[in-house]
Design a binder for this molecule. Structure first.
Ligand code: SAM
Length: 244
């Protein structure tokens, strides 16, 4: 397949955008993230992975935004991570390329995207568990239920539905991080009932600016305070159709 985009341009964009966000990337991290960008762009010609294809925009809106989690979450105490609705691999894969010692599971319901994720991880030589199922099914599977230190999700569903997709996967004492747009306050208000029912407690809200004035984002951090009742998650599709 033809090489797409400019590797060197992307690396420079990523290095400077990450530095602007207070994150210093080593050469080996830049190289692996750049290789991942090439894989996303190459596959994007065949399957719909992302509408963002410009080097600078990809560096900021996909990679730096994914890495912002390391500024707010103590990753050293967060070894088992599940990325729900991972799509092209954001935020999960940049986090794994940042710190290879993290144990990462990607949950993605679309088969072609899950195939891409498996191939990309093989190419990048990173050990990642890719689960091609709906989060509602994964959340009732004893292999996954309440077994992660951190569940993350970006651009997957509104906050109340997202709580039902993610909180059943988190162990008591762990965290759920919802990566949202500039203003998440209305969504959070409608999610209070869901949080109570599912064993979550709103913990922190961080608003940050992306480099190059590419907009602001909100990170909603929820603590898993008590076990999720066995009635949740409900059947596939119900959390989004009929949010708690
Ligand atoms: N997280 C990525 C990002 O920020 O670029 C992808 C976002 S994309 C808009 C949402 C993804 O979530 C899609 O790939 C979709 O297939 C997946 N998805 C939606 N609902 C899901 C569910 N219930 N279980 C698993 N994956 C789901």
């Amino acid at each position: 397949m033809a090489e797409v985009g400019s590797n060197l341009d992307f690396r420079a964009e990523l290095a400077s955008a990450a530095a602007e966000a207070g994150l210093m990337l080593r050469q080996d991290q830049l190289e692996r993230m750049s290789r991942f960008q090439q894989l996303v762009l190459g596959w994007n010609q065949r399957i719909n992975l992302t509408r963002i294809v410009d080097d600078r925009e990809m560096a900021v809106k996909h990679f730096v935004d994914s890495l912002m989690l390391v500024r707010y979450i103590p990753m050293s105490r967060t070894t088992r991570i599940v990325d729900v609705g991972s799509g092209a691999g954001f935020p999960g894969i940049p986090l794994k390329l940042w710190d290879d010692s993290l144990s990462l599971t990607l949950v993605e319901s679309t088969r072609k995207k899950a195939d891409f994720l498996r191939i990309a991880c093989k190419e990048l030589q990173i050990e990642v568990n890719v689960v091609n199922e709906r989060a509602e099914e994964v959340g009732v599977d004893p292999q996954h239920r309440e077994s992660y230190d951190l569940a993350v999700a970006r651009a997957v569903a509104d906050f109340p539905a997202l709580c039902e997709l993610c909180l059943p996967l988190v162990r008591v004492g762990g965290w759920f991080a919802a990566m949202k747009g500039p203003d998440a306050s209305a969504e959070i208000d409608t999610g209070r009932r869901a949080l109570n029912l599912l064993g979550g407690r709103l913990s922190e809200l961080h608003t940050y600016e992306l480099p190059h004035e590419m907009g602001s984002r909100t990170l909603v951090l929820v603590a898993k305070a008590s076990p999720t009742p066995s009635a949740y998650p409900r059947r596939p599709g119900v959390p989004t159709k009929n949010p708690l």
